[in-house]
Design a protein around this ligand. Sequence first.
Ligand code: UDP
Length: 327
Amino acid sequence: MTHILVTGGAGYIGSHACKVLHQAGYVPVTYDNLSTGWAEAVKFGPFEQGELSDRTRLDQVFARYKPAAVMHFASLSQVGEAMREPGLYWRNNVVGSLTLIEAAVAAKCLDFVFSSTCATYGDQDGVVLDENSTQIPLNAYGASKLAIENILRDFGVSHGLRSVIFRYFNVAGADPEAQIGEFHQPETHLIPLMLEAIDGKRPALTVFGTDYDTPDGTCIRDYVHVMDLVRAHVLGLKWLQEGKPSRVFNLGTGSGFSVREVIEHSRSVTNRAVPFVEGPRRAGDAVRLVSGSVRAISELGWQPERSTLDTMIADAWRWYQNGGYAR
Ligand code: UDP
């Protein structure tokens, strides 16, 4: 049985990764402090509660399971919070990840799959974002992820750590079987907030900024289905297990949708009105983030299967109606 250490396995993306790892015959070992994750989301392998910064605890977990690789999802990931409290992001994401990486190297677990973000690119309107685009993050969230990418590179050179780094665009949707899904408290992401507004759980969605230089004035994002995203991680793991070199892959579909377009698709998929109000811009938001890369398709053999906007909204809606974890 090949064990894979999945940090953040109780969170949104990590729990979906555990599901596909389990389906692919691996044993996902979740390491999570439950600060934003849910014990209920850990359904596909053992659970070890712990902090990323707790080296002793990490050493115990590496010794106990002897994982063949690490998939590192555990992270603070909200742009708004990062703007208010950058220190949290540097401490939790960067210092925490450094501790994890050092523990992995000490345990000779040298294959590492890392969850990075298109927020490392910053705002480059009009530029096609591929893996060689300049990285100038606009906020401490993106900056913290970029710092971890650099740590992985340095540890690659000095300690033989091999990494596959995935730079995600906007992850959406849920497990089509609705066993697991997106459930943050508080929620900050567009699609789940929209579903709450549709359902009357909140009075209205606030559209952050309607005066951007885009066709309808709202920000544009590239949405990718969480199941497609985590399938790419299994391919990334296999890439490393085949002995291939460290590599960076964008994970997006190349199609951009504005906030207003997402509202319109949500209305048609759910067949319900979307109450929304227009508000000011949110600090730290890029105007347009769309992937211009097909590297994951051409090199990893990745094929997005559920990443149309309507399927993502439909899957998220099914999960939402199923009740979440603690609602
Ligand atoms: N957004 C919005 N209202 C909200 C939450 C998000 O208008 O209540 C917008 C946000 O400004 C961005 C897009 O929706 O343009 C996606 O934001 P989200 O927080 O979901 O992801 P991010 O792009 O920050 O990773």
